[in-house]
Design a protein around this ligand. Structure first.
Ligand SMILES: [Zn+2]
Length: 242
């Protein structure tokens, strides 16, 4: 049985190494995805700013028409003043002139506010655009680096995967089946050491009799709690094979 235990340990070590490569690749990809997301959010904000600017420009144009119309009405009523006969007509025209002058002033203020808002939004959009352009440039560089790094990891992984094929073929079919089930069910960890009578898979203490059996290694020992395959490891060799 001792030889079989070694085969299990070897296969677990290889699978842990492969999982490590996969994790490293996933981490790199997550970093890139996160940065892409941040840029996409900024681009959305910029588009929203630009949309608001369009709307404000439209409002500004409409207000300008209102403004010009009111101005024209002031001139028109002022001209009419020369022709009116009665004081009542005179008063009515004066009132209209006052109202339109107020409108001229009021629309002018609104136009100035629009201009101010537009300038501010455009400034914010431009700042964000510059920021985005910088981030996109850095990201392109980062993607290039990450692609290289991932390729490097994949090369290492490939050689380990071929080792795995050999190691797996060395196990008996029934053992490989048991191992594969465990690996899938137990988060990639099927074979674990016991250190100080504790299973390093689930961290439960084992009965003394089983510790002796694991140490003897003349039969396959399974953790009663997590069903992982156990092997003995001297307490001083604390580095856990994970
Ligand atoms: Zn356990």
């Amino acid at each position: 049985m001792k030889e079989e235990i070694f085969q299990f340990i070897k296969l677990q070590a290889i699978d842990s190494q492969i999982a490590g490569f996969d994790n490293a690749i996933a981490k790199h990809q997550a970093v890139i995805a996160g940065r892409e997301q941040a840029i996409a959010e900024k681009l959305e904000t910029i588009a929203a700013f630009r949309g608001k600017v369009d709307l404000l420009n439209q409002k500004q144009r409409e207000t300008k028409i209102e403004h010009d119309d009111a101005g024209a009405r002031v001139k028109d009523r002022q001209n009419k003043m020369m022709q009116v006969q009665t004081s009542r007509e005179h008063q009515a025209l004066l009132k209209e002139i006052e109202e339109n002058k107020r409108l001229v002033k009021e629309t002018e203020d609104r136009i100035l506010q629009f201009i101010e808002q537009i300038e501010q939004l455009e400034e914010e959009a431009t700042t964000l655009e510059n920021l985005c352009a910088g981030e996109q440039q850095l990201l392109a560089q980062e993607i290039e680096n990450v692609d290289k790094e991932i390729k490097r990891v994949e090369v290492s992984k490939k050689s380990v995967v071929s080792q795995r094929d050999i190691a797996a073929s060395e196990l008996r079919a029934a053992d490989l089946k048991r191992y594969t089930l465990l690996i899938n069910k137990r988060d990639g960890l099927a074979v674990v050491p016991i250190i100080d009578s504790v299973c390093q898979g689930c961290y439960m203490a084992l009965p003394p009799q089983q510790v002796i059996e694991v140490r003897r290694a003349d039969k396959l020992n399974i953790c009663p709690t997590c069903q992982r395959i156990l092997y003995y490891k001297e307490p001083e060799a604390v580095a856990v094979d994970k």
